[in-house]
Write a protein that binds this ligand. Structure first.
Ligand code: DCS
Length: 283
């Protein structure tokens, strides 16, 4: 058994009690984050905490803790669970109150929970690449919010899974938006293409790191939407997220990408990303 974050405390997992009328449980009325832990250290925690506050603001939820306090709690969560390489998950809901769509009053406090998991990096995927499939993007129009409402993502990922694929590449009509739990990129003639960070995608923290990596290795970036046809004509395709890091896609619906091989630009980006991973503190 491990330790959980519960509001402003770290407690034993079995101490956490969630009300059946918690609005997260009934409405998905809340937001979340996933942060990677490398060598016992949170990666890009600043950016994740900033996005957590920004998602909360977009749904008009006031987090009753300062960012500093939250950072402190997240560090304690990693330490209590003695995580070396893995990730933490945390979420906040609009609190527990008799079911009613209308927001509760200020007397109802938001409920913050979190947990940490040891989880190895999926290095075989980084090395060999994965398969993906196209799925229609039927989610709402505020995909920039890291909402607890993940039905669209769950249904898309399940469809991909049932087709033997790692990820669903979502498209609105002909336009590629992102993955069910990731961002999508194409590489053509050494240029990196990805959907602009607007309301139709989540602006991934890994996406932001990758755009930095691209600049550092002199790779031009175009934040432009691609059609399905354009994506299939790319030299290389990549999927990214906190846990997937930079994962190459080598097959889309049975069509081989780059002859089914991981491409050279993907390798360069992976190598640059690797330089940013925090080393063990006592190394
Ligand atoms: N787009 C969607 C829809 C996501 O759910 C995620 C991450 C991303 C993009 C990539 O964002 P990050 O680079 O900031 O992770 N989804 C999280 C999740 O649900 N599990 O792991 C990451």
């Amino acid at each position: 058994m491990g330790y959980s974050l519960w509001n402003d405390r770290i407690v034993a997992d079995n101490e956490v009690v969630i009300d059946k009328e918690d609005r997260g449980y009934q409405f998905g009325d809340g937001i979340y984050e996933v942060v990677k832990v490398y060598n016992g250290q949170l990666f890009t925690a600043e950016e994740h905490v900033d996005r957590f506050y920004s998602s909360a603001e977009k749904i008009r939820l006031t987090i009753p803790y300062t960012k500093d306090k939250l950072h402190q709690l997240l560090h304690q969560l990693v330490e209590a669970n003695e995580i070396n390489t893995g990730h933490i998950y945390f979420q906040i809901t609009r609190g527990a109150t008799p079911r009613n769509h209308i927001f509760p009053g200020d007397d109802v406090l938001p409920v913050l929970t979190g947990n940490a998991k040891e989880n190895p990096r999926p290095v075989a995927n980084f090395e060999n690449g994965v398969k993906a499939t196209f799925v229609e993007d039927v989610r709402w129009l505020r995909c920039d919010i890291k909402s607890l409402n993940l039905l669209g993502a769950v249904l898309a990922k399940q469809e991909a899974h049932e087709k033997g694929c790692y990820e669903a590449i979502l498209h609105r009509g002909d336009i590629i938006t992102e993955g069910s739990s990731s961002n999508i990129y194409g590489v053509k003639d050494g240029v990196l293409y990805t959907h602009p960070a607007n309301n139709l995608i989540l602006n991934g923290i890994t996406r932001q790191v990758i755009l930095k990596c691209a600049a550092e290795i002199g790779m031009p970036v175009k934040e432009e939407a691609m059609t399905k046809e354009q994506l299939l004509a790319m030299d290389e395709i990549i999927v990214s997220s906190t846990t997937s890091e930079i994962t190459p896609i080598i097959d889309v619906d049975g069509q081989a990408i780059n002859g089914g091989q991981v491409g050279e630009w993907t390798r360069k980006l992976q190598a640059q990303f690797e330089t940013k991973i925090p080393a063990p503190i006592n190394a």
